[in-house]
Write a protein that binds this ligand. Structure first.
Ligand SMILES: Cc1cc2nc3c(=O)[nH]c(=O)nc-3n(C[C@H](O)[C@H](O)[C@H](O)COP(=O)(O)OP(=O)(O)OC[C@H]3O[C@@H](n4cnc5c(N)ncnc54)[C@H](O)[C@@H]3O)c2cc1C
Ligand SMILES: NC(=O)c1ccc[n+]([C@@H]2O[C@H](COP(=O)([O-])OP(=O)(O)OC[C@H]3O[C@@H](n4cnc5c(N)ncnc54)[C@H](OP(=O)(O)O)[C@@H]3O)[C@@H](O)[C@H]2O)c1
Length: 578
């Protein structure tokens, strides 16, 4: 519910008030110099300055033409690129247009009035997991797109879509033209289980791919999951993604028809034979990663029953009473279960605990078609089984053999977390990647760090030395790993943006820009574009997205839906050709 998030509103008000109160600080004086440049380029600058645009005061209705503005800016740069740094706008590249990128852009534009942000996105369309991850039956979560659209209305913001940094456009092409690069490209892969059968057997899917498929992500347009081979689905992992997948499988397909779910997914879900979904965790209820709202939604699905959780898995009454409020409410909800009668329900689901998948199996009758999953049973550390961090160990029978159980399954999803990878060429611009943690190493404030023995460095608690890599930053899932909701990502992106603003203002001492003085063209995208076009990379603008958006909504209107997403990049680009 970010669109009406009181924290956001309060923060926004505070920022506006601070801007008014600040008076003629050095940064404002610099801003005024930059504003004078913008004003000389386009007299409408004052009308569409970001701070004025933010609150529907009519300014956002002005038709703005970023390409003309940008190319005028580039003329200015060509004349003045060797000028003292503060005499031209700071150019910041943001890689990725999900919540981390947009919230960082919002904060940067609000706090550094002399910054111009170029946001690169591999798809022609923005918003990352808000568009392609958040479940279609959670439209209120997507309200943050309105905030992001307000950010994009700033004349100091450029959206550069359809440009994949790495393989398609080498990262080093950005470097000479920017003062800072912020990586917020999320976690585009997922973790595997590494068990026999995971790759070889049919009807085994990654939840990430399935989510992308039902949300219309072009990469997974052709996943074509077969939901017709039997009644039993098993999902491994007990996070909110697992619950999203379970809910989509269990929902009445008619309830999804009006959402923005992909049309191809609706077709397949309408044919689905799945009637029973098991969401399986390796630890206990107190250690599960899901949250109460998502559990409640599943428990309230019409005509879907829930298998009661064995009482001995939940904390006893006295331990339950002593739990912090949020955990207590979740445990009470799990203990209460669903009121839907299994006798009349058409589908059912369960949460199964203390089971680790060992291997996937097929029956001799249908080679390579999944028939059951073998699990080994676990036990929680008996010293404190209700601790959220409690670990498990394998359970053994009195014979000394491992305790195992087979669970029938026709369709299988692994939902054990997303994973970030290094963009190809990160190392060319000196950015390390921690493959173990799946993050870009950083100082917690989003400044990219590298091990160091010399220079201006800091000592970590383990005694090792790190140094900041000037002008390089990260935010969101690639900064802290693939966990956290949009609000967490917002806070995290604000932290990184504050670090950039502080560094740009020189508060961290010299050498905090990507290039040494006089070695940056300051041209941003205008400097990068010729090289991109030579490589056959053709960018889309925010205006292009607005056309795609309008076309999707129009097709959706004809189908009685919020929107019908184009499932292929070519279909999106066709809209722009028409
Ligand atoms: C299935 C799912 C459902 C979720 N549902 C909710 C929910 O209901 N509520 C909630 O609060 N949170 C939800 N979340 C969490 C939320 O989506 C994340 O906190 C947030 O999206 C992380 O933001 P990000 O910007 O780091 O990454 P992302 O949102 O993944 O954005 C990264 C962007 O970078 C782009 N990109 C990647 N590589 C490149 C490249 N090489 N060049 C250019 N661009 C690139 C991607 O296309 C993408 O647009 C959900 C997450 C998932 C996985
Ligand atoms: N509606 C929403 O608000 C919403 C919706 C979707 C996602 N999100 C957010 O997006 C983030 C990512 O969600 P997620 O579900 O992908 O990740 P997650 O919350 O980290 O959950 C991952 C789950 O996988 C399990 N797991 C990991 N490795 C495993 C293994 N080898 N074998 C068995 N189980 C394993 C974990 O169990 P252990 O704890 O035992 O490791 C955990 O239950 C979360 O912060 C989530 O809240 C929010």
């Amino acid at each position: 519910m970010l669109g009406t998030d009181p924290e956001w509103e309060a923060m926004e008000m505070k920022m506006r008030d601070r801007t008014v109160e600040r008076g003629m600080s050095e940064s404002v004086r610099t801003t005024m110099r930059c504003d004078a440049v913008f004003r000389s380029i386009d007299p409408r600058f004052d009308q569409i300055n970001t701070l004025d645009c933010r609150r529907g005061n009519g300014a956002d209705k002005i038709t703005w033409a970023p390409p003309a503005f940008v190319s005028d800016l580039s003329r200015f740069h060509r004349r003045y690129s060797q000028a003292v740094q503060t005499d031209r706008p700071y150019r910041v590249a943001i890689v990725g247009s999900g919540p981390a990128g947009f919230y960082a852009a919002y904060r940067l534009l609000a706090k550094a009035e002399n910054a111009v942000v170029d946001m690169y996105e591999k798809l022609p369309v923005p918003f990352g997991l808000v568009r392609y991850g958040v479940a279609p039956d959670h439209p209120e979560v997507k309200n943050c797109e309105e905030k992001f659209t307000e950010v994009a209305a700033s004349p100091r913001f450029n959206f550069i879509g359809n440009v994949e940094l790495g393989d398609k456009l080498p990262l080093h092409t950005l470097k000479p033209h920017y003062d800072a690069i912020l990586f917020s490209y999320g976690a585009p892969k997922d973790k595997e289980l590494g068990i026999p059968g995971e790759k070889a057997i049919r009807n085994v899917y990654s939840a990430r791919e399935f989510v992308g498929w039902y949300n219309g992500l072009p990469e997974h347009r052709d996943l074509a999951p077969d939901l017709t081979t039997g009644e039993n689905a098993v999902i491994i992992g007990q996070g909110n993604v697992a619950l999203d997948v379970a809910r989509i499988l269990l929902s009445d397909v008619d309830a999804l028809r009006k959402t923005d779910i992909a049309d191809h997914a609706l077709e397949e879900l309408a044919k689905s034979k799945i009637k029973r979904v098991r969401v399986v965790g390796r630890r206990g209820p107190m250690q599960a990663a899901f949250t109460i709202k998502e559990i409640r939604e599943l428990l309230q699905l019409p005509s879907v029953s829930f298998d009661p959780i064995p009482r001995d898995l939940l904390p006893p009454d006295d331990a339950m009473a002593a739990l912090p409020r949020a955990q207590k409410r979740l445990m009470q909800l799990l203990a209460k279960g669903s009121t839907n009668d299994p006798a009349t329900a058409t589908k059912s689901w369960s949460l199964d605990f203390l089971l680790s998948p060992e291997c996937l199996n097929w029956s001799p009758v249908h080679p390579y078609r999944l028939s059951h999953v073998r699990f080994s049973r676990n036990q929680l550390d008996p010293s404190d089984p209700y601790l959220p961090t409690a670990k498990v160990t394998p359970k053994y029978l009195s014979s000394g053999k491992p305790a195992q159980v087979d669970i029938p399954a026709n369709t299988f999803f692994r939902s054990v977390g997303y994973k970030s990878l290094p963009i190809p060429g990160l190392e060319d611009i000196g950015v390390p990647f921690d493959t173990g943690r799946g993050v870009i190493p950083n100082d917690g404030f989003g400044r990219v760090t590298a091990p160091s023995n010399t220079g201006d460095n800091k000592r970590l608690p383990d005694g090792s030395l790190i140094s900041h890599l000037p002008g390089l930053y990260c935010a969101g899932w690639v900064k802290r790993g693939p966990t956290g909701v949009i609000a967490t990502t917002m806070t995290d992106a604000f932290t990184t943006a504050d670090a950039i603003v502080s560094d740009l203002a020189g508060q961290q001492g010299k050498g905090s820009l990507l290039n040494s003085p006089g070695h940056s063209t300051g041209l941003g995208w205008e400097g990068v574009r010729p090289e991109a076009e030579k490589l056959g990379v053709h960018a889309t603008t925010w205006g292009d997205w607005e056309r795609i958006d309008a076309a999707e909504k129009e097709v959706g209107r004809q189908n009685g839906k919020i929107r019908s997403k184009f499932g292929r990049v070519e279909e999106m680009l066709d809209v722009l050709r028409s």
